[in-house]
Design a protein around this ligand. Structure first.
Ligand code: PLP
Length: 455
């Protein structure tokens, strides 16, 4: 922890004042910060972060679903320092390259499912999904089917905040700001059994939700549909784990109508579900696979789109120049951070450790389902949610309060030294993959106390 900030409420207040005066925050009511003040984070170590008042918090969200290896690994700082000393920046445009980008592309081709052998580098998950829109549509142009333009996504999906990413996302509140979505995006229901399953059992609902894709394709005209995009498990939407029947049915539908399958692995990639990619967990064969976050464990911003042989061959053999790219596509320092992160994930067996700890985390997390405030506890790998309800057992009676109870619960959670996120009235976690058994116990104890405080 930085000495300058330790246990000094005055310093915290001063920082908060300056922050509120000049900083417009993402996904924040910045006006409210004048009254409430931001939490100022000054340090991070393993699964823990420290704020400017000296409080240590268990980071149950891995920052923003990204710090797979935990906070504060010196090796990454050292690798970035070495790279910046040699070559701090150069681009990968116009037939130029450098070793970190070459090494990282090669490594990703080795780690990713075997049909994904190329990567287009970006600076974030949002840029990756913007890239997806252009690649999907260009692919069908090259295939002589320019009318295939529409991409189908799901309500309540999150695919980023750029115009393209937010258009692909199915968050209505986001669409309401800035005139989204762009043309040529359509939406189908999410496989959210707890919230939207009605009288159907989960398996029947999973099939129903998947078949909504087929209905949408028929309604728009199959000749117009270019791709379906989805997260294996919706993260920001509230850790929506699809029923087991969902993905097999979706796969068949994509094959039947010859549309590209885009699997957004920005959260589920790099071990979050106990395998390298969520696609392996659900048996998917993506044509395009956006990645970011865990690629560098969030230490520096980098993302990419993993491109299948089917799409890459078309681009390389028939595409000519792809008029697309970012100044920081394949930034050498970011590639160095990602390479070192992947080395740690591999050499320390972090993905296997995530798979090992997952059943214990599930046991402790699912046990919270007996709490009077919890309508459903669910978890897969290291992603979990608690649905808060006013009465048990209840899927039909929900709070009608715009997420007030979730916000209250989130605030209690922070006071109890645990970072959980509130998505309306569900509390979600996605801890670092290096979480230990003792830390899982801490997480479960603090989460239960938080539920008691909220009741
Ligand atoms: N896709 C998914 C599934 C995400 O969860 C996110 C971010 O949370 C994004 C894309 C956007 O990534 P970024 O915030 O790096 O732009």
């Amino acid at each position: 922890m930085s000495e300058a900030f330790s246990n000094d409420p005055e310093t915290t207040a001063a920082l908060q004042r300056r922050d509120a005066a000049h900083h417009i925050h993402p996904f924040t009511d910045t006006g409210a910060l004048n009254a409430e003040g931001s939490r100022v984070i000054v340090g991070g170590d393993g699964c823990w972060i420290t704020d400017s008042d000296g409080n240590r918090l268990l980071d149950g969200m891995s920052g923003l679903w990204c710090v797979q290896i935990g906070h504060g690994r010196r090796e990454i700082a050292d690798a970035v320092h070495r790279q910046m000393s040699d070559l701090s920046y150069y681009n990968t445009f116009f037939k130029t390259t450098h070793k970190p980008a070459i090494d990282l592309a090669e490594k990703l081709a080795r780690i990713a499912p075997s049909h994904l052998n190329h990567v287009f580098f970006t600076g974030s998950g949002s840029e990756s999904n913007d890239t997806v829109i252009r690649m999907v549509r260009t692919y069908w142009d090259l295939k002589g089917k320019p009318e295939k333009k529409t991409i189908i996504s799901r309500w309540n999906a999150y695919h980023g905040s750029t115009i393209g990413g937010a258009s692909l996302g199915g968050m209505r509140a986001m669409h309401g700001q800035g005139g989204l979505p762009i043309p040529g995006i359509a939406f189908v229901p999410q496989p959210y059994w707890f919230g939207e399953g009605g009288e159907l059992d989960p398996d029947a609902f999973g099939v129903w939700a998947a078949r909504e894709l087929a209905h949408a394709i028929e309604a728009h005209g199959p000749e117009k549909i270019a791709a379906f995009i989805a997260e294996p498990i919706q993260g920001a939407g509230g850790v929506i784990i699809p029923p087991e029947t969902y993905w097999p049915e979706i796969k068949q539908i994509c094959d039947r109508y010859d549309i590209l399958l885009v699997v957004d692995e920005v959260i589920t990639g790099f071990g979050r579900l106990g395998k390298w990619f969520g696609s392996e967990v659900f048996g998917l064969k993506p044509d395009l696979m956006p990645i970011a976050k865990g690629l560098s464990s969030g230490y520096l911003p980098i993302g990419g789109v993993m491109v299948s042989d089917r799409v890459a061959d078309t681009f390389i053999e028939e595409g000519g120049e792809f008029f697309h790219g970012f100044t920081y596509s394949g930034h050498p320092a970011c590639c160095a951070a990602a390479l070192e992160n992947l080395r740690i994930l591999e050499e320390e067996g972090v993905v296997e450790r995530a798979a090992d700890i997952a059943p214990y985390l599930a046991e402790r997390w699912l046990a919270l389902g007996d709490h009077p405030l919890v309508g459903e506890a669910r978890i897969k790998g290291l992603m979990g949610a608690l649905e808060l309800v006013p009465a048990k057992p209840s899927r039909s009676i929900r709070f009608d309060n715009e997420g007030e109870v979730g916000t209250m619960c989130r605030d209690f959670s922070l006071r109890n030294g645990l970072v959980m996120r509130a998505v309306r009235d569900s509390m979600i976690i996605a801890p670092p993959l290096v979480i230990t058994r003792e830390e899982v116990d801490e997480l479960a104890t603090r989460a239960r106390k938080t539920l008691d405080d909220t009741l």
